[in-house]
Design a protein around this ligand. Structure first.
Ligand SMILES: NC(=O)c1ccc[n+]([C@@H]2O[C@H](COP(=O)([O-])OP(=O)(O)OC[C@H]3O[C@@H](n4cnc5c(N)ncnc54)[C@H](OP(=O)(O)O)[C@@H]3O)[C@@H](O)[C@H]2O)c1
Length: 431
């Protein structure tokens, strides 16, 4: 056992920061045995020194300014769990690297935007930036790609990367309640933020997907090119129809190598009930990778919360203690290829579409003609209820088509006034 402990400074003492301190304290003997040296928190920083945090922090040096902690010569590794895609979190990491410290962060928003620059700085300084906690919390997906799958080529990955959305969609399906009601409940339970935009509009999933694509495909991260749709418009009616058609609705992040480049997309989709990912429920996350030689591998677990996220941070700290230093995106930055982006306009797939119609003669012919005129071929049709005074839903699924054609058909149907509200559509994934 080395008698030189690894000394840690933690910036941010919220959910994740306190979780890290708890694990390093409660697991200290097994961690030091595995590392061959002690791993000790020596300094901390947050905004409010007086806040009760449910843990005795009196033995640690307090820095009211995290940027001052980043220069503290008594620290080997800093943990950034403040959050935010710029500002203090970014400054903190940059200063820490300049001051010869390894970094561990859970900050997917920051890595999705500034990850490449930070990776270059870390390389120049000969330091590591560990990001396991930034993607899918307690699921060791970065390690899986870096270690278990390191010898093969990954050509596709997809997953449920946001527990808040998965909880909302699972609850809507189980209880028949609408989106707003379930979102409010998720906020009360602490599964959704007071401002849930990043989660429910798919942005958080897109951050994580961009990070995973870069690692899996060996190319520069390109968050801007991710096609993003959220789950606000999903209704209980769509969820019920999905069930009737043999699907579940999930918000997926999907990245794929295609002939013309890498396609990255985040949107709700109908997945067949027979697939394992359809059964990943509640706040759970899952990632599926598809690669040469090995085929599909799937990883499931808690994607957020104190314990799972802190578990991933501590694993990165242990790697650093064992000098298992890695590049942020696995390859050195000068070996990452520029990403050739496959635009969403090149995507072809099957769709579900729902129309709220007044059930009169000729309505169905109008819908069928508009689809036909735009080259969209129908696979199946479902109608629930009949009423000449109230709108009833008509639902159809299509054969493979491009989205632009479907949208043109739906716009024509909306203009024809046979529907009482804009038609809704959801992509169907068959995997
Ligand atoms: N929570 C999760 O389940 C989860 C999962 C995966 C990734 N993450 C990521 O982990 C990071 C932290 O998340 P969290 O949930 O732990 O956040 P949090 O509970 O809101 O905690 C943030 C902490 O940062 C401190 N802080 C904010 N501004 C600061 C400043 N200018 N200087 C010093 N400290 C400052 C706050 O101090 P005070 O306490 O004094 O206000 C607080 O302790 C984020 O990047 C998040 O995206 C979180």
């Amino acid at each position: 056992m080395s008698n030189t402990p690894l000394k840690i400074g933690i910036a941010g003492l919220g959910t994740v920061g306190i979780g890290v301190i708890k694990i390093l304290s409660e697991q200290s003997s097994i961690i030091s045995a595995r590392c061959g040296r002690e791993v000790n928190v020596v300094a901390i920083s947050a905004q409010d020194h007086t806040k009760e945090r449910g843990f005795d922090l009196s033995n640690y040096v307090w820095h009211s300014d995290p940027l001052a902690m980043a220069t503290n010569e008594n620290i080997d590794v800093v943990v950034e769990v403040i959050g935010g895609s710029s500002g203090v979190a970014k400054d903190f990491i940059e200063i820490a690297i300049k001051n010869q410290k390894h970094v561990v962060t859970a900050n997917k928003a920051l890595i999705a935007g500034a990850g490449l620059d930070l990776a270059r700085s870390a390389e120049l300084a000969g330091k590591t930036i560990g990001i396991e906690a930034a993607v899918a919390g307690g699921i060791p997906i970065v390690k899986a790609i870096r270690e278990g799958l390191s010898g093969i080529g990954i050509h596709q990955l997809f997953g449920i990367l946001n527990g808040t959305c998965n909880y909302i969609l699972s609850e809507m399906r189980e209880t028949g309640r609408d989106f707003d009601e379930v979102l409010r409940e998720a906020q009360d339970l602490g599964y959704a933020e007071a401002d849930p935009t990043f989660d429910i509009d798919g942005i958080d999933t897109a951050h994580k997907l961009a990070i995973l694509s870069s690692i899996a495909f060996g190319c520069e991260i390109n968050f801007e090119s991710v096609h993003v749709e959220g789950i606000r418009h999903i209704s209980p009616l769509d969820i019920q129809f999905a069930k009737d058609l043999g699907y579940r609705i999930k918000l997926l992040g999907m990245a794929k190598k295609t002939k013309i480049g890498i396609q990255q997309r985040v949107h709700p989709c109908m997945v067949p009930i027979s697939t394992p990912i359809a059964h990943v429920e509640g706040v759970y996350n899952a990632v599926v990778t598809e690669g040469s030689f090995v085929g599909q591998t799937m990883y499931e677990g808690r994607g957020a919360g104190e314990g799972p996220t802190a578990t991933a941070i501590v694993a990165d700290i242990i790697d650093i203690a064992l000098a298992r230093n890695t590049n942020l995106f696995l390859l050195p930055t000068d070996k990452l290829e520029k990403m050739h982006v496959a635009p969403m306009s090149s995507y072809r797939g099957s769709y579900y579409a729902r129309f709220m119609v007044i059930d009169k003669t000729g309505v169905f012919a109008t819908i069928a003609n508009a689809l036909n005129d735009n080259g969209v071929s129908m696979e199946s049709v479902l109608q629930r209820g009949r009423s000449e005074s109230e709108a009833v839903p008509v639902v159809l699924t299509t054969h493979e088509t491009d989205e632009a054609s479907l949208i043109r058909a739906l716009e024509a149907i909306e203009r024809s006034k046979v529907v009482v509200e804009p038609p809704r559509f959801i992509k169907i994934e068959s995997f």
